[in-house]
Design a protein around this ligand. Sequence first.
Ligand code: PBG
Length: 334
Amino acid sequence: MTEHPVPAPVVPPLVRPRRLRTTPALRRMVAEQQVQARQLVLPVFIREGLTEPKPVSSMPGVVQHTRDSLLAAVSEAAELGLGGVMLFGVPETKDATGSGALDPSGVLNLAITDVVAEVGDALTVMSDLCLDEFTDHGHCGVLTADGRVDNDQTLAAYADMARAQAHAGVDMVGPSGMMDGQVRVIRDALDAFEHTDVGILAYSAKYASAFFGPFREAVDSSLVGDRRTYQQDPANAREGVREALLDVAEGADMVMVKPALPYLDVVRRVREAVEVPVAAYNVSGEYAQLEAAAERGWIDREAAILETLTSIHRAGADVILTYWASEAARLLAL
Ligand code: PBG
């Protein structure tokens, strides 16, 4: 009997993904994506009646601007090649209906005109379209006699606010109040007044989030209670997609998910569900927690900022609103 040699087992070569991580040049070449300055939007606060910029203590590095400091911040943003700015106005006096939001000489409407005059077409100038900065109760709409936020009465106020902002020269309005039908009513109001070129960045999937905490200081909010009857339950991702689809159907030019980091799954699902650009808002609480850890020396601040923005972009955000926008643009240029 002849002996048959036992064939040697076929051992595949060891798979070595690390080979692609060998040098900085190779890592750079194969990077799947990189967020760019043009995709970043800087949110800014302007406070009526200030003579000096006023720091927001829970957001180190962020201030409530005076008119002059605001113009300096937006021209720097333009020089850095950011995509845009999102303006928030903080009036000196607030009332039950948020009338300062509709007033053509209200703080936000004046700031829009100023900023557009300063940066022209170099930046997309956007403005928050919501009543919470202007109401003495701090809610995003007007209240019924028993204290609930009245959806349809609020829509009428949003329509007026949209017209005032468009008249002031804004490029895009950012309705953030989570009222049903807000995009449709705002689109109709803009079109009826020949502002067909003014776009809508809809805060579509906006969650009732603890991560908005520091923002309340930034806008001197007097909110007592919560926004759970209009902002979404953090448990609901499918509903976030539903809200985004509705907003697109109502005429939104872009949709947004907010906050960003705790909702990256929603960013991804919305990105896959719609054909318009998707924005994500890296909110005040996300900013504050990283800054607080960095202040204690517990985290590498710049690396953590870039990793944060990379993650939001990787999840599917085409545009990111972030208080680090200008700084990140500088870091990305290094
Ligand atoms: C509402 C609005 C809020 C934020 C942006 N627009 C606050 C809220 O809904 O309670 C939060 C932004 C942030 O936390 O950075 N006008």
